[in-house]
Design a protein around this ligand. Sequence first.
Ligand code: MN
Length: 230
Amino acid sequence: MSPLFDLPASPMIPVLESGQGFPVRRIFCVGRNYAAHAEEMGNEVDREAPFYFTKSASTICLSGTSVPYPPGTRDFHHEMELVVAIAAPAFQVARDDAMAPVFGYAAGLDMTRRDLQQKAKDKRRPWDLGKDFENSAVIGPITPAAQFTPRSQGIAMTCNGVLRQKAHLAEMIWSIPEIVADLSLYYHLGAGDLIYSGTPAGVGPVSPGDVLQGVIDGLEPVEVTIGAPQ
Ligand code: MN
């Protein structure tokens, strides 16, 4: 068979100081992984197990670009997150083995159409319209795991230079190895998978022209400008 048409290649994320790119296959996101954020959203923290939603690989938006204000929302929010990049197979791995498939880490923004997410929650519908849309997975360059281990580093985000989110990675309810081990119970994780590990408190709305800058100590920052509505 010959293809009817060509599809775009997988988006690639630059790997720090390597000249190489990390091709993206799938994007998993952890919900409610910081107690203070769960509280600000009026949600209970479930300490039995983490939960997830997904974004399409095509939602990737590289740091240093612009995110158009998306259609269908009047409450476009930022969520600053540590992103884990997987580059080797992991299926039903134990927590002690769960760091082996991790290639590296990046600072990312899980951009969210909060009004659509809230409507979905209220109606007990899936979150896709609120979470999985073009340019909603913003990400900075990947730092290899040899140069960064998540411990209690600071994670923060400013909007136009004003601090919005500030926490420490140690505040995560589910650690990175716990998340990788748990997710691997349900998926054959593998090369090209990204995991957005949840956001601290302080999420809020953005407007066209806003400049968002997110930092995690030890990683490259993530920076985007919010563009005009589409
Ligand atoms: Mn998030």
